[in-house]
Design a protein around this ligand. Sequence first.
Ligand code: LLP
Length: 420
Amino acid sequence: MPQVPTFSTSRQEIAGVSVKQLATQFGTPTYVYDAATIVQRIQDLAAFDVIRYAQKACSNLAILKLVRENNVVVDAVSAWEIRRALAAGYEVHGDPPPIVYTADIFDREALELCIEHGLHVNCGSPDMIRQLGEVAPGREITLRINPGFGHGHSQKTNTGGQQSKHGIWHEQLNECLLLADANGLQITGLHMHIGSGTDLHHLSQVCDSMEKAALEVGRSIKTISAGGGLPVPYNSEQTYVDLEKYFELWDATRKTLEKSFDHSISLEIEPGRYLSAEAGYLVTEIRAVKQMGDNLFYVADAGFNNLARPIMYGAYHPISVARKDGQEMGQEHDVIVGGPLCESGDIFTQEEGGFVSARKLPPAAVGDLLVIECAGAYGYCMSSNYNSKPLAAEVMIEEGKARVIRRRQTFEGFIADEMI
Ligand code: LLP
């Protein structure tokens, strides 16, 4: 299990490249990813037979290529995530399937792509089984099961239980087996992802449910997937999950099933955040320093159009200051950090429910840079053009060299699909 990092409120470099140089060369706001951190996080999970990256966390083609080259297969939740995986060089066939489509529905394009390329489908609803069976009988499929309970870092990231639309309700498993039979589909695996932010207590419940469900399906099961949800610490009070214990729990489930079925079972894990969160930094420039009554604000050029996690979940992100003059940082003081959007919720230092909170940060002036850290998962990929702000640039640092992996959006590109 990795060591929880100490988060500092000042930072001059990212992966060996100066923050000031990054801002000068690539402009702000810019997402910067440290490739070595992603590779390290992949290595942490080596005990699992298959690591399947949940690309929804950060799906830039260069990131997908990096994980592919490190023997990580990929999950796709939409037609265009399938197309991204293909564009990043993933094959369509293989064991384990290089690309798996996991969703609760097929939109028409996704169904067409799955048929056209013969992709493996992880069905999250009885309707998906029906729709696939109608056009492609004889396929192997896996089922995403909702075990009837879930857990998440926020109610919005809890994907289990009857409040959730995700997966096949555990009590409908038998019905789905009959449905698969009737449509000539074979169920070769089960998958459970109960939410983002797993802990070991919930996990042992999931393992029990997996065991029960797999025994109900029977010997056709060849794979079980633990889903994603591995947490990362966003501040020094949070921790990683004990990866050894996490693996042990799943491995015990796998072994029980192997004994019952008398054949080997492959154990998959499907992390998004764990691979990319800590690798990503959002570099932004302070454009105003404002005193509003008792409150001091740093107003930067990145907003919730670039990083939506604080406004969506009250998520905490470490923030550090890089001084443009490289001078020593002074005594920290309470600051609220906001962005440029014409909306009062555009605050990075807020708690769930929208309550603004102050953060101890060093004194800073217009032109100094802020680095919003642990932003590599659900950062860029949840960004928007709200207030007609361009999508940020993305940069990857490998072996001390920074290169653009996505140009900042241009105005011409932004309006290209509009018609007067
Ligand atoms: N597998 C499935 C089926 C999922 O639905 C998800 C996440 C994952 C894997 C990856 O979960 P992770 O390892 O990244 O926790 N936007 C939220 C997170 C939403 C997660 C949705 N599903 C956030 O910013 O925290």
